[in-house]
Design a protein around this ligand. Structure first.
Ligand code: FES
Length: 116
């Protein structure tokens, strides 16, 4: 099982292939935002990679990062845990002023991934 480390929150083992946004929320118990419900539209699920950044990216992730001018971060809703990773959760409910983290992301990457 891949190991997920969230900087400042420790390390957990997660199910192989689990969406990173769900692993951060459900396994590492970090209050990451996912305002668009994991659909690569909002970028609130963004994380910074310290180690293990995946070389692959979905077309949806690439397009929304470019459209919003986001650099140095990846979208945790567009990544699956298939190897060890260390990330920094830079977009959390705490301090956001939002009432909730957003709708629950589906178990699988949405929209259906087109890998680049
Ligand atoms: S882009 Fe909205 S939850 Fe990932």
């Amino acid at each position: 099982m891949p190991k997920l480390t969230v900087d400042g929150f420790g390390s957990v083992e997660v199910a192989d292939g689990k969406r990173l946004v769900l692993a951060i929320e459900q396994d590492a118990h970090v209050d990451i935002l996912h305002a668009c419900g994991g659909n690569a539209r909002c970028t609130t699920c963004r994380v910074e990679f310290i180690e293990g950044e995946p070389p692959q990216m979905t077309r949806a992730e690439q397009q929304v990062l470019a459209a919003k001018g986001v650099t140095g971060a990846r979208l945790s809703c567009q990544i699956v845990c298939d190897h060890d990773m260390t990330v920094r959760a830079i977009s959390r409910l705490e301090g956001s002023g939002r009432p909730d983290p957003g709708g629950p992301p589906a178990p699988e990457i949405t929209p259906p991934p087109e890998w680049l």
